[in-house]
Each structure stands twice: as structure tokens, then as C-alpha cells.
Design a protein around this ligand. Structure first.
Ligand code: T3D
Length: 260
């Protein structure tokens, strides 16, 4: 039997999904797309999961599209490939009902780089790097790179990084705000696990609404953003998590958030 292309495990309320094609730097085939989407769907539907960690097996996080896949051959309809696989993947990640942490263990190139950046918090090993490899093969950034990169690092840097396709090392990525944190290689999995456990203990429904509100506010003026904040806060003010948060504050104890 062939080995799973996505390894799934759970520790407490944290599910870890590992891209598992190390010989091809965890690059995406149609089969790996299908398995990853199914694994994300399962985590999304599992009430015991309160945070997901995404990482890679071996020395890479993900090298983007498998360039030896006949579907990606020159002359093929790459737009269809994007519509069929990369778009649903980005939409799935950005609509997860729980926070998603990328633990970037090695090179993240092309769609692999933007896959990481689609996650809510990105922790990268010091030896890891991010490469917008598209320009090197005559393509434009995909997997939401055109939307994400300028928002993360500003227009000038985003254009430079995308046009030149140069390697951005993890420490620089953290310094310019592309990712949350850069840690020593040997500390990556423990740091990502601790961060995920911390997120899982927070009111995840409010965290997910924060993800959506911040993204939506990019297309709003300040008045619209204020109105959206009021709308959201009206809903959360009546939530069980808020009740618990206030009770815990008054009783000087740690809150036990449970909504999802
Ligand atoms: O379908 C479409 O094209 C539309 C969708 C596009 C989305 C995209 O992601 S486009 C961008 C695709 N990705 C790339 O262009 C990255 C290609 N890879 C590289 O630039 C380098 O491999 C890396 C910078 C990622 C790593 O370099 P290095 O020197 O550490 O490793 P290596 O020797 O180049 O690669 C190791 C093996 O992985 C090697 O296989 P081998 O020779 O040992 O059998 C290499 O061919 C394989 N590999 C790496 N990336 C890919 C790959 N195999 C297939 N597809 C890859 N993307």
C-alpha cells in the first residue's frame, strides 16, 4: 500500500498535518491536493480540534506545484489547475473554523510559500526560506500571493520579492513582517506545538472572526470597519466564551473557553 501523502496526528486539541512527499520536496500533485483538502475538512468538522498545525516531512516545507506532473506541462490549462486545486485549498484554509499555524521546516517555494502565508501564524525554522519561484519559470504568483504579499510586507518589497524570485531567509521574513516568528531549527516543532496549544486554549471562534474582520477591513474605510467591529462585538457579547471570559476574570482564574 502506498504511504499517505498527508500524515495526520492529534495531541490534545491540536491536529498536525504533515505534507509527505519528501523526495519531491513535498510538491503538490493532484493526489496530495485531494488528501490535504480532505484532511483539512476532517479537522474542520472535528469538534475536538481547536487548532491545526501544517508542516512538511523531510528538508522542505513545500516546493509548490510538482513540475513533473503532466497537468503542469507547458501548454496545459494552468488556470484550470488553479481553479480545481489551489483556489479550493486557499479558501479551505482561510475558512477554517480554528486557527492554523504553519511550521515551516525548510524551503517554501512557489505555491508552497504562499500556502504557508495563507496560514494564520507562521513560525519558520532559521534554515527555512521563502521563494516566490514563479518568475523563474515564467509564471505569476498564485495561491493568493498577489493578495497576501503586499499586505504583509508592503507594495515595494512584495514586488521585489515576486519579480526577482530571490530566497528570503526565515530571519529576514520575520524581520519584514512576512511571518510571525523565526526560531532555531531544533526549537521549531516545540515552538509550533506550544503556540498551537496556546491558540487552542483561547476563544477560537473570536480568533477566527478576527482573521475575517482584519481581511475584510482591508477593503473598507474606517467607518465601515468600525461598523463591522460593532456588528461582530454585538454577537460575541452574547457568546458563552465571553460569559466564561468575564467570569474567569472576576474569579481570578484561567478561563476555559469551549465554543468553536
Ligand atoms: O501548474 C502550474 O505550474 C501552476 C501552478 C503553479 C504553482 C507553483 O507552485 S509554480 C512554482 C513551482 N515550484 C518551483 O518552481 C520550485 C522548484 N524547485 C526549486 O526551485 C528547488 O528545488 C528548491 C529551491 C525548492 C530547492 O532547491 P534544492 O537545491 O534545495 O533542491 P533540489 O535539488 O533542487 O530538489 C531536490 C529534489 O526535489 C529534486 O529531485 P531529484 O533530482 O533529487 O530527483 C528536485 O527535482 C525535486 N523538486 C524540487 N522542487 C520540485 C521538485 N520536483 C517536482 N516539482 C517541484 N516543484
Amino acid at each position: 500500500m502506498s504511504e499517505s501523502l498527508i500524515l495526520a496526528s492529534q495531541s490534545g486539541s491540536v491536529a498536525t498535518l504533515t505534507l509527505n512527499r519528501p523526495a519531491a520536496m513535498n510538491s503538490f500533485t493532484t493526489a496530495m491536493h485531494r488528501e490535504l483538502l480532505a484532511a483539512l475538512d476532517r479537522a474542520a468538522g472535528d469538534e475536538t480540534v481547536r487548532c491545526v498545525v501544517l508542516t512538511g516531512a523531510g528538508r522542505a516545507f513545500c516546493a509548490g506545484q510538482d513540475l513533473s506532473d503532466p497537468l503542469a506541462a507547458p501548454g496545459k490549462d494552468l488556470g484550470s489547475l488553479i481553479d480545481a486545486h489551489y483556489r479550493p485549498l486557499v479558501e479551505r484554509l482561510r475558512s477554517m473554523p480554528v486557527p492554523v499555524v504553519a511550521a515551516v521546516n525548510g524551503v517554501a517555494a512557489g505555491a508552497g510559500a504562499n500556502l504557508a502565508l495563507c496560514c494564520d501564524l507562521v513560525v519558520a525554522a532559521r534554515s527555512a526560506s521563502f521563494i516566490q519561484a514563479f518568475s523563474k519559470i515564467g509564471l505569476v504568483p498564485d495561491t493568493a500571493g498577489t493578495w497576501l504579499l503586499p499586505r504583509l510586507v508592503g507594495h515595494a518589497r512584495a514586488l521585489g520579492i515576486a519579480m526577482l524570485g530571490e530566497k528570503v531567509m526565515a530571519a529576514e521574513a520575520a524581520q519584514i513582517g512576512m511571518v510571525w516568528q523565526c526560531v532555531d531549527d531544533e526549537a521549531l516543532s516545540a515552538t509550533a506545538a506550544a503556540l498551537a496549544a496556546r491558540l487552542a486554549a483561547l476563544p477560537v471562534r473570536a480568533l477566527v472572526a478576527t482573521r475575517h474582520a482584519m481581511a475584510a477591513a482591508q477593503g473598507m474605510d474606517v467607518g465601515e470597519a468600525l461598523a463591522e467591529e460593532a456588528r461582530l462585538q454585538r454577537g460575541f457579547g452574547a457568546s458563552g466564551d465571553y460569559l466564561e471570559g468575564i467570569a474567569a476574570f472576576r474569579e481570578k482564574r484561567a478561563p476555559r473557553f469551549s465554543e468553536r
